[in-house]
Write a protein that binds this ligand. Structure first.
Ligand code: UT7
Length: 332
């Protein structure tokens, strides 16, 4: 019997560069409140959000991804042609097929790269980072691009009180590649399909059967998800710290999915994060950008000097499925 030859990559991988794209149109709470009989005060108090950004027609899932990816590649000093795999986490690329990733890879000039989308909703970016880490270390990609991108304004009903003020648009990206030291800790991930219906879009067939042609918009059992995340996700975050061998005293940055500032507060309290840990609050003026929220928040913390090269950052993301993933990374 022939024994197959196998390959493996470098011992360690890391995040080598980060990029983000923020759409041009700033949308304050005052612009969304009338359609949902709400108020700026309620939205800020319940979620932390003051403003968010909505993409214009020109700011597509592909164009926003390309902009974020180019910035990440520049920061990493990696040419697009060196990228072997493009992983795109999104729920708002509105074609069932083909993926957004192949179009993005083409625009970037890396046509030879493997390219595919993953559907893990708000948790998608952290799933992508875990895959890229294993691909680089396993030898199936020299460099991998991980992109989180959403145009949730396309699939959010502006009259839905439970979602209209939360969801927003944007893109973030990282380059994952070989590293001399461990740059990405073990992933802690999982799913809780018992709550499959908590955040979802309707089945196209039900829309057709209703005879009412409209975009299948997101619905969310906000309070149930809020409680699930507030109680359960701190445990997952703690496991990610433990698996990476990082104590809260050694941690520099906490970058959770920007779902709701109160969920972030609850997790920080449960983890007993000391005051020295910088906490991402990008949601205040970016809203909840689902798969894009963690890389966008990371990019902002780097830009504003809150995350410095060599710092440890705990990432955790969670959402529809319900699905979740967390890992500690070293800031490039
Ligand atoms: O990104 C994927 C994961 N997603 C999340 O993690 C989101 C998790 N959920 C949340 O962030 C929160 O559930 C929301 C911010 C969406 C809502 O906050 P909440 O504290 O859970 O509000 P609620 O649904 O429990 O409603 C509280 C009250 C109700 O009034 P009563 O019954 O107390 O009189 C609602 O009718 O607020 C009312 N309400 C609103 N009032 C003004 C609900 N929606 C609105 C609104 N404006 N938009």
């Amino acid at each position: 019997m022939t024994t197959l030859r196998t390959e493996s990559g470098p011992t360690y991988a890391g995040v080598l560069g980060v990029g983000a794209y923020r759409p041009s149109r700033l949308v304050p709470n005052s612009e969304v409140v009338d359609a949902i009989d709400s108020s700026d005060e309620w939205i800020q108090q319940r979620s932390g959000i003051r403003t968010r950004r909505f993409a214009t027609d020109e700011e597509t899932v592909v164009s926003m991804s390309v902009a974020a990816a180019r910035q990440a590649l520049d920061a990493a000093g990696v040419d697009a042609r060196q990228v072997d795999c493009v992983i795109v986490a999104t729920v708002s690329h509105l074609l069932q097929t083909p993926s957004a990733a192949t179009a993005i890879a083409h625009e970037l000039g890396t046509d030879q790269a493997a390219a595919f989308d993953i559907s893990a909703a708000c948790a998608g970016f952290c799933h992508g980072v875990a895959l890229a880490n294993d691909m680089v270390r396993g030898g199936s990609a020299g460099y991998a691009l991980v992109i989180g991108v959403e145009r949730l304004s396309d699939i959010t009903d502006p009259t839905d009180r439970g979602t209209a003020f939360i969801f927003a648009d944007g893109a973030g990206a990282v380059v994952v590649g070989p590293s001399e030291t461990p740059g990405i800790g073990p992933v802690v991930w999982g799913s809780d399909g018992e709550h499959y219906d908590h955040i979802r879009t309707p089945d196209w067939r039900d829309i057709l059967a209703s005879g009412e042609m409209k975009m299948p918009c997101l619905s969310m059992k906000g309070n149930e998800v809020f409680r699930w995340a507030s109680y359960g996700m701190a445990k997952v975050a703690q496991q990610a710290l433990d698996r990476a061998g990082v104590s809260v005293d050694e941690l520099d940055c906490f970058i959770p999915h920007q779902a709701n500032n109160r969920i972030t507060d609850a997790m920080a309290r449960a983890l007993k994060l000391p005051d020295t840990v910088k906490i991402a609050r990008d949601i205040i003026d970016a809203g909840n950008t689902s798969a894009a929220s963690v890389p966008m928040a990371l990019q902002r913390m780097i830009d504003e000097g809150d995350a410095k090269s060599g710092d440890t950052a705990l990432l955790i993301a969670f959402g529809a499925g319900l699905a979740y993933a967390a890992q500690v990374v070293v800031v490039p």
